[in-house]
Design a protein around this ligand. Structure first.
Ligand code: MOS
Length: 706
């Protein structure tokens, strides 16, 4: 009997365990004989350690010892990430300080309080060197970014198309450094048993963390066992092996005891990773009738020389619009900064802010409706590559979103609506986000009692992946969800992609579906238990070469107070094309959460650094504002009917599409309200005030607030 689990709204399976405290996280899993590590971090952006005096700290109660570059275990310097050697993991190996927040030493004690007290008694002397934090697209050290995610676009004659354009827009857009801000701070509990390493760690992919730890320690992957059963959010900040698990593994090795490191919020800000600053120039040419002729997207991002990373800001310029000439140039600027990492729709989110703001500005200059302008320039094949699209339901998103939002009633003149003393504006943006699958291994066992055990090294970082995969397995096995037991979050379950790149659920579902197929082929044999195992590596190699993306159209209505510059989002509506939806309840949560992050990016989030030291001036949740309940309006999210033909069940990623288009929609609404463009995020009060008061013209509304 088929339960038809896919398509049914169901709450998270583990929700009860979480709200009752029964779910264990990396920082609270019970382990006997536990010791605690406390990081000491660098107060400056570049320099060398001259001396570390631990004598006072070592004499303090409960202190087991201190690890620093002079005495720490040696790690394999070639261990790396996806792109190659990763210097950000070579912790306590030399005296070089590469960024403010870099771990200088680890104090280990019986309790976290003792370790923290001893850390404050440490005397570290550093020699500062001049650092470079001056980020700009024109920086002399700027170099072409890696093209590991795909080549630059270079079609048509850009110069000629711009020359032939009736309107040419050239504007610059900037986004700040931002911090991931997952609810659960990074933490790890680690122990060794002879030459096997055991870790309970907060990350987005236990298998890949086990691979990195094995490389760092030059041991076999099978000797490393990473468990990450419950993780309190990641947003990309836990996508790679984190410093907490590396340092804890070193301390555990040295002191022969299990060691736990739980970062403070401030340490998460300064020591883990962030979204890099971007500086982007859009040059867009169009005919008077609203045909785009040229799109030139230049984007730069700040990069640490410690490890390669791609902030792929120019991807959507290759995909969203047809134009005879399209050129993209992505540039990395190596600076003395915290190594960046993927964050909440990496690349696409800052990139979309630039592209979709620019398209809105072109519509303004042509005096056409920005939705119409977008509809007029939809491609039939991927503009930059000529590849066919897999599924592209963007127009449906736009039309349905416009209908629900009431877009047709909008007067497109700016500063045309008031509500008492407040200016009202609405805006929209569309976007795409890369989708696909990565290899994973799944095993399913048909148990003697008629139930099924599904094992896959998947991660549920709070998204509901465990619940979604249970439904997928139930459908694939033709069994009710009550007969499915799912095991995830453990590197011993085998190779699997992590919860990242909007590819977790698609990659794992693919493997589970194939394993179920294999099991059912053999199930006529009455012998139970029976296990089928599938590794999707070679199946994925034979996928057709089509452009696989998810799409969204986001509509926003804002109020702007011209007296204070305060922007409030009044309404937010997103329509999404994400393939077939597995669990409408969780899918909605995911995209609504993403839109809130986009709102937060548009209006609030910004890491501010002291230029003299490079240290964060607002590295905590008092100073770094993320959208809270009072900032969030009624949000509506919907899904258009869609089916991804490259997936055996029609699924596509939906992890990050919610975030990507939202900031531009809000910025465009702020323009509509005020008549001035906000090209620098976040749209702070001071920026709005400065720009808005620079515009002549008396408000037509009530002035009673004066
Ligand atoms: Mo996500 S930012 O790709 O972990």
């Amino acid at each position: 009997m088929n339960a038809d689990a896919v398509g049914t709204p169901r709450p998270r399976i583990e929700g009860r365990f979480k709200v009752t405290g029964a779910a264990h996280y990396a920082a609270d899993i019970p382990v006997p004989d536990l010791a605690h590590g406390w990081m000491m971090t660098a107060p400056l952006s570049r320099g060398r350690i001259r001396d570390i005096d631990a004598s006072t700290a070592l004499a303090m109660p409960g202190v087991l010892g201190v690890l620093d570059h002079r005495n720490a275990p040696r790690l394999n310097p070639k261990a790396g990430n996806y792109f190659g050697p990763d210097g950000s993991l070579r912790l306590l190996q030399d005296d070089v300080i590469p960024y403010a927040g870099w771990p200088l030493a680890l104090v280990v004690a019986e309790t976290p309080e003792q370790a923290r007290a001893a850390a404050s008694a440490m005397r570290v002397t550093c020699d500062g060197e001049p650092h470079d934090l001056d980020f700009t697209l024109e920086h002399p050290a700027a170099r072409p970014a890696s093209t590991a995610f795909g080549p630059e676009a270079d079609i048509g004659d850009l110069k000629a198309e711009l020359a032939a354009s009736a309107v040419v827009l050239e504007e610059r857009y900037r986004t700040p450094e931002e911090s991931h801000c997952a609810m659960e701070p990074h933490a790890a509990t680690v122990w060794w048993d002879s030459d096997h390493l055991y870790a309970v760690d907060s990350n987005q992919g236990a298998f890949s963390v086990s691979e990195v730890l094995a490389a760092l320690w030059s041991i076999d992957r099978e000797q490393v066992h990473v468990r990450s059963e419950h993780v309190g959010g990641g947003f990309g900040g836990k996508g790679a092996c984190g410093p907490q698990v590396v340092l804890a593994s070193m301390a555990s090795r040295r002191f022969g005891r299990p060691v736990r490191i739980t970062m403070t919020r401030a340490q998460v800000f300064e020591t883990t990773s962030s979204r890099p600053r971007t500086d982007q120039v859009m040059t867009v040419g169009a005919d008077a009738d609203g045909r785009l002729r040229a799109i030139h997207h230049r984007a730069a991002y700040a990069l640490s020389p410690l490890s390669e990373y791609i902030e792929a800001c120019t991807e959507q310029a290759k995909i969203l619009y047809s134009a005879p000439a399209i050129r993209t140039r992505l540039t990395a600027v190596p600076l003395d900064v915290l190594p960046p990492a993927s964050m909440r729709g990496p690349g696409a989110t800052p990139g979309s802010f630039a592209l979709e703001s620019a398209i809105d500005e072109v519509a303004e200059r042509l005096d056409v409706d920005p939705l119409d302008l977008r509809l007029r320039n939809q491609p039939t094949v991927t503009p930059a590559s000529g590849k066919p699209f897999s599924t592209r339901r963007l127009v449906s998103c736009m039309r349905e979103g416009a209908r629900r939002f009431g877009w047709a009633a909008r007067d497109r003149r700016p500063r045309s609506r008031w509500d008492g003393p407040l200016l009202i504006g609405s805006g929209m943006a569309t976007t795409s986000f890369s989708a696909g699958v990565f290899p994973s291994k799944a095993s399913i066992t048909a148990e003697p009692d008629g139930s099924f055990t599904v094992s896959i090294g998947a991660s549920d970082i709070g998204t509901g992946a465990r619940t979604a995969l249970t439904a997928v397995a139930a459908d694939a096995l033709g069994a009710g969800t009550e007969r499915i037991r799912i095991r995830i979050g453990d590197s011993d379950l085998g190779m699997a992609w992590g919860a990242g790149g909007s590819r977790g659920t698609t990659s794992w579902s693919f493997a589970i579906t194939e394993a179920a197929k294999k099991l059912r082929e053999n199930l006529h044999d009455p012998v139970r238990p029976m296990t089928a195992t599938v590794d999707t590596t070679t199946m994925i190699d034979f996928q057709p070469d089509r452009e696989r993306q998810t799409y969204s159209a986001v509509f926003a209505e804002v109020t702007v107070d011209p007296a204070t510059g305060e922007v409030r989002v009044r309404r937010l509506l997103g329509m999404f094309a994400v393939g077939r939806v597995i669990n409408p309840l969780l899918a909605r949560s995911q995209v609504v959460g993403g839109m809130i992050m986009g709102l937060s990016m548009a209006l609030h989030e910004e890491s501010v650094r002291d230029p003299r030291t490079g240290r964060l001036a607002n590295g905590d949740w008092a100073g770094y504002h993320i959208a809270a309940h009072a900032d969030v309006p009624d949000i509506e999210a919907g899904f258009v009917p869609d089916y991804e033909p490259q997936d055996p069940s029609g699924f596509n990623g939906l992890g990050e599409i919610g975030t990507a288009g939202t900031a531009a929609a809000i910025a465009n609404a702020v323009w509509h309200a005020t008549g001035t463009r906000q090209r620098i995020l976040p749209i702070r009060l001071d920026r709005v005030l400065e720009q808005t008061t620079a515009v002549a013209g008396e408000p037509r509304g009530a002035r009673s607030y004066h």
